[in-house]
Design a protein around this ligand. Structure first.
Ligand SMILES: N[C@@H](CCC(=O)N[C@@H](CS)C(=O)NCC(=O)O)C(=O)O
Length: 283
């Protein structure tokens, strides 16, 4: 079990020869206590291991991945640490913060807000891309040169945009049913207007398809799984947009349309094995 002066242990349980823990620390980016899940595989007793960050979707906390994704067994087999942050600050008490499932708490959208009052605490982009890796690289038995990132839905958008902007930190990326272009869907338009204001140019820094057009991606192939029975497929997720952006830049994308799967953790758990093996191959 890892004990650190930098974070407090909420729980720690042996799992598949490793340890599944939940920790809490005081974040400077969000200005509030933040929880995160960490699975440390058994191999970490002998050497630093690669790490994979998982960003969850709307309404989620650090708990959904830990209890529903079924990733620990393969993480233990492959020797990969699994890190599952929360999806927003908690308890900042901004007006209307807890009123909607798709904005405010549980819906940080992995951006640094510029609009009041959100701009002080809703800094999930800096939290995930810098603060948390800096903390965990120093405190956990992980190899900072072998870090990947993946996520689901809003978290798939977070994983793609953060990897595209920080390829030096995140060497591999994949997603389950990601929002691929928040500029072009109702969830994204609502969140980006609320957090960043109405200037759509500012939104491009948080749009995976725009980032692919502007920056490209020189890393390994991007793996995306998308269920064909996902109720959000046509209106919110639109994987054809990232397919077109990658094709235009000849960026390798393995977009797999999975027949009959929906948007749930039953879908995620089904393909978790493939995603962990994908990252293990390149980390
Ligand atoms: N508010 C909608 C959408 C929420 C939703 O589907 N959230 C996804 C991420 S976008 C999720 O992972 N929910 C938590 C879970 O299934 O454990 C609903 O409740 O149906």
């Amino acid at each position: 079990m890892i004990v650190s002066k930098k974070f407090e242990t909420i729980s720690a349980q042996k799992s598949f020869g490793g340890t599944q823990s939940v920790y809490r620390h005081a974040s400077t980016e969000t200005g509030c206590p933040m929880r995160f899940g960490v699975f440390i595989p058994p191999q970490a007793a002998h050497r630093p291991v690669p790490a994979l960050y998982y960003l969850a979707g709307l309404t989620c906390t650090e708990e959904n991945f830990v209890v529903k994704a079924g990733a620990q067994r393969i993480g233990a087999e492959l020797g990969i640490a699994l890190i599952a942050p929360d999806t927003s600050p908690r308890g900042l008490h901004y007006p209307s913060e807890d009123d909607a499932y798709d904005f405010g708490s549980g819906a940080g959208f992995y951006v640094d807000a510029t609009e009041a009052p959100w701009q002080t605490g809703y800094r999930m982009y800096s939290y995930i891309s810098r603060e948390l890796p800096d903390l965990l690289n120093a405190e956990l038995p992980i190899d900072p040169a072998r870090i990947g990132i993946f996520g689901h839905s809003m978290g798939g958008h977070g994983a793609l945009t953060i990897a595209l902007k920080h390829p030096e930190t995140f060497k591999s990326v994949s997603a389950f049913a990601p929002i691929v272009s928040p500029m072009r869907c109702p969830w994204g338009e609502k969140a980006l207007t609320g957090y960043l204001g109405t200037d759509r140019n500012a939104w491009r820094a948080y749009d995976a398809t725009a980032l692919i057009e502007e920056r490209g991606w020189a890393g390994p192939p991007i793996l995306i799984d998308q269920g064909t029975a996902d109720p959000f497929l046509e209106r919110e997720l639109k994987p054809e947009l990232i397919r077109a952006a990658c094709a235009a830049k000849t960026i390798p994308l393995d977009l797999r349309m999975q027949d009959g799967y929906d948007h749930s953790y039953f879908f995620i758990a089904t393909f978790m094995d493939d995603h962990l093996r994908h990252h293990a191959r390149y980390l």
